[in-house]
Structures are given as structure tokens and as C-alpha cells.
Design a protein around this ligand. Structure first.
Ligand code: ZN
Length: 165
């Protein structure tokens, strides 16, 4: 019997729960709807991807990921104020929504909405989970070789993967 451990180029399905250090659940896969990702393609945070390397089907473990291996350290910056009318009128805005803007130097940067007001929106370049220690509880459900197309796209296809085609 061949035991296939997780390495770059395999598609993995996991059940997971993500908690902060206080034990608050930040995110979790739904029962019967696991997360599928392509190992080595940066689909998931580096610290979790590293912890999954070499694991086999049925392995269950917890890992605490530091911010530098998660969503980054929180950087001290002033919130950016963007007029509401800069967004399409029909666009439904929500906090934690990510979009790209041009900064003062003309560089494209990702920002996240932190507050929505009648005439303006506040945005912050920090990911909502920047600076947070990530406590993952993970169970490996399946491992298979990725197809050439999945490797080319950098993400898995199929029932729990991308649905773009
Ligand atoms: Zn694709």
C-alpha cells in the first residue's frame, strides 16, 4: 500500500477550525464542505502549509501560526478615507472587504474596509487577521495528485475547489 504524504503538487482536503489565542472561532470549514487547496501554491498561509507538509490522510493536529507566517504583522498606519462615490453606487460594501487602490506613489496596494459611513469609507492596508496568532485545528481528509491544469492555475478544481469553469 502506497502512503501518499502531503508534498508540493498534491490537492488536499482538510476540515479546519481557526481560533485566536482567546479561543474565539475566527473561521471554520462547514461539516461536509472541507477546504481544498493545492500544496505549494500559497493557497493557504505559509505556517499552515508548512505544518501540513508530510501529513497523511487521517492525521489530525493543531498548530499555532505566528503572524509573520500568517497574515503578517499589523503595521501602524492611518486609515485611508475614500469617498463613497468612488465606489460604484450599486456595489454592496462590507467591512473586511478587500480591494485595490493606488497609493501616493502610484503603487497598487490591497486594502480592507474597516468602517462604512454615509459619505466615506475607511480602509486599512492591514489584513483583518494581521498581528493575530492563528490556532488551527486541522484534519486531513484526502490527498491526491493535482492535474496539470490545476498546477498551471495554482488552485484545485472539483467540488470543493474553484468553480470558475
Ligand atoms: Zn482554475
Amino acid at each position: 500500500m502506497q502512503i501518499l504524504g502531503i508534498r508540493d503538487g498534491v490537492v488536499v482536503e482538510v476540515d479546519y477550525t481557526l481560533r485566536d489565542d482567546a479561543g474565539k472561532v475566527l473561521d471554520a470549514s462547514e461539516p461536509g464542505d472541507p477546504l481544498a487547496y493545492l500544496q505549494g501554491a500559497e493557497n493557504i498561509v505559509p505556517g499552515l502549509e508548512r505544518a501540513l507538509s508530510g501529513k497523511v490522510i487521517g492525521d489530525a493536529f493543531t498548530v499555532r501560526v505566528e503572524p509573520t507566517d500568517g497574515y503578517g504583522e499589523r503595521i501602524a498606519v492611518e486609515a485611508k478615507k475614500i469617498p463613497r462615490k468612488a465606489f460604484p453606487a450599486r456595489m454592496k460594501l462590507a467591512t473586511e472587504m478587500q480591494f485595490e487602490i493606488e497609493d501616493e506613489e502610484g503603487e497598487t496596494i490591497a486594502v480592507y474596509i474597516t468602517a462604512i459611513h454615509a459619505d466615506h469609507v475607511l480602509c486599512d492596508p492591514n489584513h483583518p487577521l494581521a498581528g493575530v496568532y492563528l490556532n488551527f485545528e486541522v484534519k486531513v481528509l484526502s490527498i491526491r495528485e493535482a492535474t496539470a491544469e490545476e498546477v498551471e492555475h495554482g488552485h484545485p478544481h472539483g467540488p470543493h475547489g474553484h468553480h470558475h469553469h
